[in-house]
Design a protein around this ligand. Structure first.
Ligand SMILES: O=C(O)CNC(=O)[C@H](CS)NC(=O)CCC(=O)C(=O)O
Length: 290
């Protein structure tokens, strides 16, 4: 297959629980289903093997990358199915107290071509009362990547990274035609922000966006939004998941990126500028009300 040839994307939506082995088998079944549906590039969500982000629960269940059963397993699976396999993330142990939220991209030969440690940490307090402190357990990455696929460059990011347009802009400026954000978005933020954020990243960069999601109520008590999305460079939703685990596929024409960017070459129009703060002139007081 050559650059510019159409290809088929498959996104695996999951509802990962607390048992790594169960999640691995579920992921494998869904990846096989995506391959059966003809996908050449298959993506799984953030936290594919474990939905447990709080230390110490997380730290006691994870191991260093070299001992992570899933990594070898997925390498073998990619090779067996002859697909590009992007595992949205696996928590790997860095030391006694810290982990990395690491994505993997496997070639159809089963080789790892990139590891990406999520850069932006989800440290937030939501209106629902949910609080997250990802940085308490995870060490953020400092390096972003685009990887050469047969159909063009793939830009890699994870979940909360989607709120940082500068990261996606940098990936697009590095040549990415396809941007990714495998996720475990919360239900509350997903309902308000998910579609808008992903469509904006597609539109402003003239890129396809592929985002596999976790969805539904998990064994750890959390509820994620689901709605895995495949979005065109024009910002249209090509395929969308619901809340339940499953697979969505779509055929992607890489030349659509060129067509959209020919119409609106926003990437070429970027300019440097400065921002000045204009102070209020003295005496610019409002009229008293009433
Ligand atoms: O919740 C879990 O158990 C697992 N979630 C995760 O691992 C990560 C980090 S805590 N979730 C996100 O980044 C959500 C981002 C998001 O929801 C937003 O940006 O609104």
């Amino acid at each position: 297959m050559a650059e510019r040839d159409p290809f088929r994307v498959g996104l695996v939506q999951m509802r990962a629980g607390k048992d790594v082995r169960d999640n691995l088998l579920e992921a494998e079944a869904l990846i096989r289903d995506a391959a059966r549906k003809g996908a050449h590039y298959i993506q799984t969500p953030e936290n594919t093997l474990l939905m447990e982000v709080d230390a110490p629960h997380l730290l006691e269940k994870i191991v260093p990358e070299a001992e992570t059963e899933g990594v070898a397993h997925f390498a073998h699976l990619a090779k067996t199915l002859r697909v590009w396999l992007h595992i949205g993330s696996i928590a790997v142990k860095i030391d006694e107290n810290k982990a990395a939220n690491r994505a993997f991209l496997f070639t159809p030969n089963g080789d790892i071509v990139l590891r990406y440690d999520k850069i932006h940490m989800f440290d937030v307090d939501l209106p629902s009362g949910e609080s997250y402190r990802e940085s308490a357990t995870f060490i953020p990455g400092t390096q972003a990547y685009v990887a050469q696929l047969p159909w063009g460059l793939l830009g890699v990011a994870t979940c909360y990274d989607i709120r940082f347009p500068e990261q996606f802009k940098a990936l697009a400026m590095a040549g990415a035609k396809f941007l990714t954000a495998p996720s475990a978005f919360t239900k509350v933020t997903g309902e308000k922000h998910w579609h808008t954020l992903l469509r904006a990243r597609a539109i402003e960069n003239g890129c396809f966006v592929f985002a596999a999601a976790q969805g539904g109520r998990h064994a750890n008590g959390r509820t994620t939004f689901g709605h895995s999305l495949i979005i065109s460079p024009w910002g249209e939703i090509i395929a969308e998941g619901d809340t339940d685990p499953g697979v969505i596929v779509a055929d992607i024409d890489p030349e659509e990126v060129d067509r959209v960017r020919a119409r609106i070459p926003a990437l070429d129009h970027a300019r440097d500028f400065e921002v000045s703060v204009v102070q209020m002139p003295k005496g610019a007081t409002l009229k008293a009300v009433g």
